[in-house]
Ligand binder design. Structure first.
Ligand SMILES: NC(=O)c1ccc[n+]([C@@H]2O[C@H](COP(=O)([O-])OP(=O)(O)OC[C@H]3O[C@@H](n4cnc5c(N)ncnc54)[C@H](OP(=O)(O)O)[C@@H]3O)[C@@H](O)[C@H]2O)c1
Length: 313
């Protein structure tokens, strides 16, 4: 099978490519190859490459940047996805589009299911939701995979940012009134790779198991990273002063994964432990050694844009 991955150099793309295995012919493309908002360029590239399956990850992911630049957000996220979906329909490729928890408004008092009605609060959420609708309208053989709060190697992300600012300050102010499920890119990538074999198309929620607030997430990062002496102060979304509104509850129930017996992702704490090991190995951050001269991370593990990061000043 010939597989095409857009956004291949992004945080999730770099996790996904090695998971796709050697039995497929895999091509990763990014903005250096072609701009997804340019329809003719997308058509030409898809016509040349003729993939059987497309993972469409490319997006303008800076949530506050989208709010400030709604036209770019629409061009890349909505029009870009429409271009990709149209080209998939033309050549008969299956499309897996990665979407977001930010399509929901967060007002429900329970985790969101795949069939709950989206009502995005931000430009980013709206452009991703409009993109979902384009995908649904343009081709039958599609997956829409909504995930949330991604972190992992080779990307700006909340975990790396917390570790960075913890070195510079004694106290961090972190939002405590937004809840979601942190998702490790490698855990998500393994599940996405599995979906190449699936034929039950439609919407899937795929996130790390468990949930927390950004405040609780920050405390766990510092605890596992051996930086517990850094104080974390809970603040409200309003106090954080971020430009784009964000859902208070964006926990996603992974109902279809369970229903389809595809299996859920490991707990976000397991992903965090793995990323702390991996990030150190890759030189993305250095964690303090413990008193016994060992790395502070004792846990056995199996295994970007902090634009979304609600870290306050
Ligand atoms: N990050 C999260 O917390 C999160 C949560 C839920 C869902 N998602 C979704 O997951 C997917 C992957 O996210 P990610 O975190 O891996 O994002 P990322 O690191 O920002 O990667 C996005 C990639 O898309 C490329 N790109 C941007 N504009 C493009 C254009 N016009 N044409 C072609 N390529 C373009 C970027 O290239 P440059 O870097 O060169 O601009 C980048 O390589 C996205 O669809 C995102 O909406 C992310």
């Amino acid at each position: 099978m010939r597989i095409l991955v857009t956004g291949a150099r992004g945080m999730l793309g770099t996790a996904l490519l090695p998971c796709l295995g050697t039995e497929h012919e895999v091509v990763g493309v990014d903005i250096k190859d072609f701009d997804i908002s340019q329809e003719a360029a997308v058509q030409r590239a898809f016509g040349d490459l003729r993939p059987d399956f497309v993972f469409h990850l490319a997006a303008y992911t800076d949530v506050d940047g989208c709010e400030a630049n709604p036209q770019i957000a629409r061009d890349v996220n909505t029009r870009g996805t429409r271009n990709v979906a149209r080209s998939c329909a033309e050549i008969g490729a299956v499309l897996l589009y990665v979407s977001t928890d930010y399509v929901f408004d967060g007002s429900l008092a329970r985790p969101y299911r795949e069939d709950d009605a989206p009502n995005p609060l931000s430009v980013y959420g709206r452009t991703k939701w409009e993109a979902e609708q384009q995908v649904q309208a343009l081709l039958a053989r599609h997956f829409i995979v909504r995930s949330s709060w991604l972190y992992g190697p080779r990307g700006k992300n909340f975990v790396a940012t917390i570790l960075k600012v913890a070195k510079e300050r004694d106290e961090l102010r972190v939002v405590s009134d937004q809840r979601g499920s942190p998702t490790y890119t490698y855990h998500l990538a393994l599940k996405l790779a599995q979906m190449v074999q699936v034929q039950a198309y439609g919407i899937y929620h795929v996130t790390g198991a468990g949930n927390c607030s950004w405040f609780e997430f920050a405390r766990e990062i510092l605890k596992l990273g051996g930086l517990e002496q850094v104080r974390v102060v809970p603040i409200s979304t309003q106090e954080s002063g971020r430009m784009a509104p964000r859902p208070a509850n964006s926990v996603l129930e992974n109902h279809r994964l369970i229903e389809s017996h595809l299996g859920v992702l490991p707990h976000w704490r397991e992903g965090l432990a793995h990323y702390l090991e991996e990030g150190q190995r890759l030189g993305e951050f250095a964690l303090p050694a413990s008193d016994r001269g060992e790395k502070p991370l004792q846990r056995e593990v199996t295994g970007h844009d902090c634009s979304n990061s609600p870290v306050g000043g």
